[in-house]
Design a protein around this ligand. Structure first.
Ligand code: 7TS
Length: 415
């Protein structure tokens, strides 16, 4: 039975917000689309689509290299996004924000560039048991290359990191702690402020994978004292292929370039190249200009709604959704952390997640099934996969009711 969410954050009008997302207005297999896969990628509001369109129709030119009007316009619009991101993350300076393809490239940049010069045999890198493959594999590659050791913070049955065990892992050999702000598979919000403090006390740096946090929580990299922080544009309602690596200027300045090419140089001769200043030192080649401009529109859009409003509304959806799913016999929620973002991962006894996903799709309900690029999480819970409904501020309680009804149908079919 549909129960409306009682106290939506003041002024939060979800039906009005939904009007901003044309993609939501369609039917799938004859049913209205219920999009519950925002952790994979968030949908794009008209403002973002329009900004990308305007760039291509009106301002299209390469950036940083033309005196002509179009190049100046596109450079200004692209660089404006850097300034907006500075505000969004509360970075000290725009020079600390590097445009990348997304979180995956941001982490690879740090593991390659910083890792190449700062990690040696016998050093240790600490990650956590709930990391996305993007925050495992680059560090594993670095450790293999350097003869360093990858150490893993364990978690408990709720999917919360065990800080006492984390404390024990930290030692003078620890060079880097790389941990997700929010887990994509479990929804856990990690106590990163405390974890950063602990790492710093041990003399280690910290990279925070913010892919799943930035769309849902207010982030302040200075208050957190994060050394590196990553975000993916496509998860904050922007386009794919664009994201940000934040790094403290003194660290980025000391790191060698990641890739060589145009824009990252100051002078080139066949004998020697000198490199450009931050942030351009890490931005070789023509970037995703349209993507950067689209991401700027996404930041404006999120700011207009307000991250606090978004967080409050999504929390209500999470509480409501958890209560609805818990009523389904045989359903077990995977990831029950006390501090949790709006991710509902679950298994149903005797039914494979792919079957659940397929039956839901026939009803127009889009969920993710599989290991969510977090295979070690699945291994830890001794399950091959989960079904994951990940919520965003454009979802409604009525959509959660549809999910619950859809799951009851799944049970009827497979029982
Ligand atoms: N880190 C986390 C915590 C993520 O959730 C993801 C993507 C990444 C890193 C990689 O981000 P990308 O933008 O570079 O791809 N997560 C998911 C997901 O949960 N389903 O599809 C992609």
């Amino acid at each position: 039975m549909s129960t409306l969410i009682s106290t939506v954050a003041a002024g939060f009008d979800v039906e009005k917000i939904r009007q901003d997302f044309p993609v939501l207005k369609q039917t799938i297999h004859g049913n209205p689309l219920v999009y519950l896969d925002s952790a994979a990628t968030a949908q794009k509001p008209t403002a973002v689509v329009d900004a990308i369109r305007k760039f291509h129709e009106v301002d299209c030119a390469n950036i940083h290299r033309g005196v002509h009007e179009l190049s100046q316009r596109s450079t200004a619009a692209y660089e404006e996004t850097r300034a907006k991101t500075k505000k969004f993350l509360n970075a000290k300076s725009v020079t600390e924000l590097i445009f990348v393809r997304g979180t995956t490239e941001a982490i690879n940049l740090v593991s390659s560039s910083w890792g190449r010069t700062n990690v040696k045999e016998g050093d240790e890198i600490v990650i956590s048991a709930m990391e996305h493959h993007s925050n495992i594999v680059p560090w594993q590659m670095l450790c293999e290359e350097k003869g360093a050791k990858l150490r893993v913070i364990p978690m408990n049955d709720r999917g919360e990191l065990i800080l006492e065990e984390y404390e024990k892992l930290l030692n003078p050999r620890t060079r880097m702690v790389a941990v997700a702000h929010v887990s994509n598979a479990l929804g856990t919000i990690n106590p990163i402020r405390r974890m950063i403090e602990m790492a710093h006390r041990a003399g280690a740096l910290v990279l925070i994978d913010g892919a799943q946090a930035a769309p849902h929580l207010k982030v302040d990299v200075q208050a957190l004292d994060a050394d590196f922080y990553t975000l993916s544009g496509h998860k904050i309602c922007g386009p794919t292929g664009i994201g940000i690596l934040y790094g403290k200027a003194k660290l980025l300045n000391a790191m060698p370039p990641y890739q060589g090419g145009g824009d990252m140089i100051r002078t080139v001769t066949f004998e020697k190249t000198t490199y450009n200043d931050l942030p351009y030192k890490f931005e070789a080649g023509t970037p995703n200009i349209a993507g950067g401009i689209g991401m700027g529109a996404a930041l404006d859009y999120l700011n207009r709604i307000g991250l606090d409003q978004i967080a409050a509304y999504e929390h209500e959806l999470l509480v409501y959704g958890t209560a609805q799913l818990e009523q389904i016999p045989g359903l077990r929620i995977i990831g029950t952390a006390r501090e949790k973002a709006a991710v509902l991962s679950f298994v149903i006894e005797g039914i494979h997640p792919h079957d659940i996903g397929t039956v839901l799709d026939r009803q127009g309900i889009a969920v993710r099934t599989g290991h969510h690029c977090a295979q070690p999480v699945m291994d830890w819970f001794h399950i091959p996969a989960t079904t994951r409904a990940s919520l965003a501020f454009y979802n409604t309680s009525a959509e959660i009711d549809k999910l619950a009804a859809g799951l009851r149908k799944v049970k009827e079919i497979f029982s």
